[in-house]
Write a protein that binds this ligand. Structure first.
Ligand code: SF4
Length: 490
């Protein structure tokens, strides 16, 4: 895992600070520096032991999914019999290092970030302050108090800054990340992004951050947003001119590729000309296609109306099926291949509701679109309106979930093979990815069929496989190799 999928960022500057860092850490760095706390260093977790000393007063950790409760991690763990995810394992290992260093140097530790809510469920004993929410306004105050030795509550809630109170980053980011919007006004109940907080970042700030990345040698820019078509919008209407200006001005700065992680189907359907315009400016084609995560969520009117009534705006939940089909067609015409995510397992969701979802997925398949579909168990995130819902477990998922999973998996494999030349990339990792696509993933269709037929009980067979030690890893590799040749010999 370390070598292939999470190789450490090795580059450091003359002072030993990370040359490239996740965007969230760059934002924290900028917030502290602009508030007068200038002795700040962004450090790779692997280098902590080399860098921390008796001069270190506070360590801040940004967490994305420390306990493996994120919907994707949770689903994959569930499918393979439960147990600890790699993310949890990595977080524990980092915790051991921090704990050891803390005993020696007696600094304070703050954790925050998108996965900070998970630590309310199980708080590590080395943690002094758990910071929930956006950092710009309150975090500098907290750090100043810690530096002065003043008491700070164990949990601090952030306050949302206005767009112009967000300082631009000072150093380049991993993958050239630059935030263009924050928040989302659609207000889905299961989502931690609350509707009151939507902001578009001023174009001047965006361009300054693009410049910082270009100076750092990064040519491809990845816009951070929950929906690229929200940029510059008011009351959820697409702002065509603002988007074309954003893409055109950033491209003109000498940027090679412009990518983004999220878009919403209703906005695509509302303004196909905007999707076409930004695709032309960014010069998308098959080899430079975009694969954003797009919320498909459910095909059930009952679930859509109860949990996400504004999801389809400017259309109604009743029109959701047509919105998805039209939007997929528009996206594909412009080299945008959506990774649709679905949320399944609401407390009143029945097999009939899941059947509605299967029907919608089948329509996508019948149109032969290029898309992926990932039905994920809905997670009651602590900061959402469904926080009191039960956590999904095998026995509580509607039994037709496994049919939906099977239909989606077989379609996903078809899409993956179609896009394999774009996905595999170059070098050793590219070869490994291609091998996984050609031999391993293509050969385990029977596994998803077994899951479907056993209504998920098959997952329990995998609960004894442990890849956190050498013997377990060798066993897993042998099993994977057997799988990869099973299809050929059968
Ligand atoms: S549309 Fe997406 S980002 Fe916006 S509230 Fe709903 S789930 Fe969250």
């Amino acid at each position: 895992m370390d070598k292939f999928f999470t190789p450490p960022i090795k580059e450091v500057d003359k002072e030993g600070k990370a040359l490239y860092a996740p965007y969230s850490l760059r934002k924290i760095e900028a917030s502290l520096v602009t508030n007068g706390i200038t002795d700040v260093a962004v450090i790779q977790p692997e280098r902590l032991e080399k860098v921390v000393s008796d001069k270190t007063k506070v360590i801040g950790v940004s967490v994305h999914d420390p306990l493996g409760l994120d919907p994707v991690t949770f689903k994959l763990s569930l499918l393979f019999g439960g147990g600890k995810s790699w993310l949890e394992q990595f977080f524990e290992e980092l915790g051991d290092v921090i704990s050891r260093l803390k005993k020696r140097y007696n600094f304070k530790v703050i954790a925050g970030g998108p996965g900070a809510w998970e630590l309310t469920k199980s708080r590590p004993d080395w943690l002094d302050v758990l910071f929930l929410g956006e950092a710009e306004i309150r975090l500098p105050e907290v750090v100043k108090s810690l530096l002065k030795g003043e008491p700070v509550p164990p949990i601090v809630k952030g306050k949302d800054p206005k767009a112009e109170q967000i300082p631009p980053i000072l150093g380049p980011t991993r993958w050239g990340e630059v935030q263009v919007t924050r928040g989302c006004p659609r207000g889905c109940s299961f989502c931690s992004i609350t509707p009151e907080t939507f902001r578009s970042v001023p174009l001047e700030t965006i361009k300054r951050e693009v410049e910082v990345n270009l100076k750092g040698g990064i040519k491809n820019i990845d816009f951070i947003t929950d929906d690229i078509l929200l940029y510059g919008s008011s009351k959820l209407r697409v702002n065509h001119d603002a988007l074309v200006k954003l893409f055109t001005e950033v491209k003109r700065m000498g940027v090679d590729g412009i990518f983004w992680p999220h878009i919403s189907a209703p906005a695509v359907r509302e303004s196909p000309k905007t999707v076409q315009a930004i695709a032309e400016v960014a010069e998308y084609d098959f080899d430079r296609s975009v694969m954003p995560v797009v919320g498909l969520e459910s095909g059930s009117l009952k679930i859509l109306e109860k949990y996400m009534p504004a999801k389809a705006f400017p259309w109604t939940p009743r029109e959701w099926g047509e919105v998805i089909i039209d939007a997929t067609s528009i996206m594909n015409d412009n080299y945008v291949y959506p990774c649709y995510t679905m949320t399944i397992g609401y407390k009143e969701e029945t097999d009939d509701d899941v059947q509605d979802s299967i029907d919608l997925v089948q329509k996508i398949i019948d149109h032969d679109f290029t898309a992926w579909i990932f039905p994920l168990p809905v997670i009651p995130i602590f900061t959402t309106r469904i926080k009191d819902n039960p956590f999904p477990v095998l026995d509580r998922l509607p039994s037709r979930y496994w049919d939906l999973l099977y239909v989606s998996w077989t379609y996903n494999m078809k899409t993956t093979r179609k896009l394999a030349p774009r996905l595999a990339g170059k070098g050793l990792t590219g070869k490994l990815v291609k091998f996984m696509i050609d031999r391993v993933f293509s050969s385990i269709e029977w596994f998803f069929r077994d899951l479907k037929e056993s209504k998920g009980r098959k997952t329990l067979e995998f609960s004894t496989v442990n890849v956190n030690n050498t013997l377990g890893t060798i066993r897993a590799i042998v099993e994977l190799s057997k799988l990869s040749f099973k299809k050929e010999s059968s």
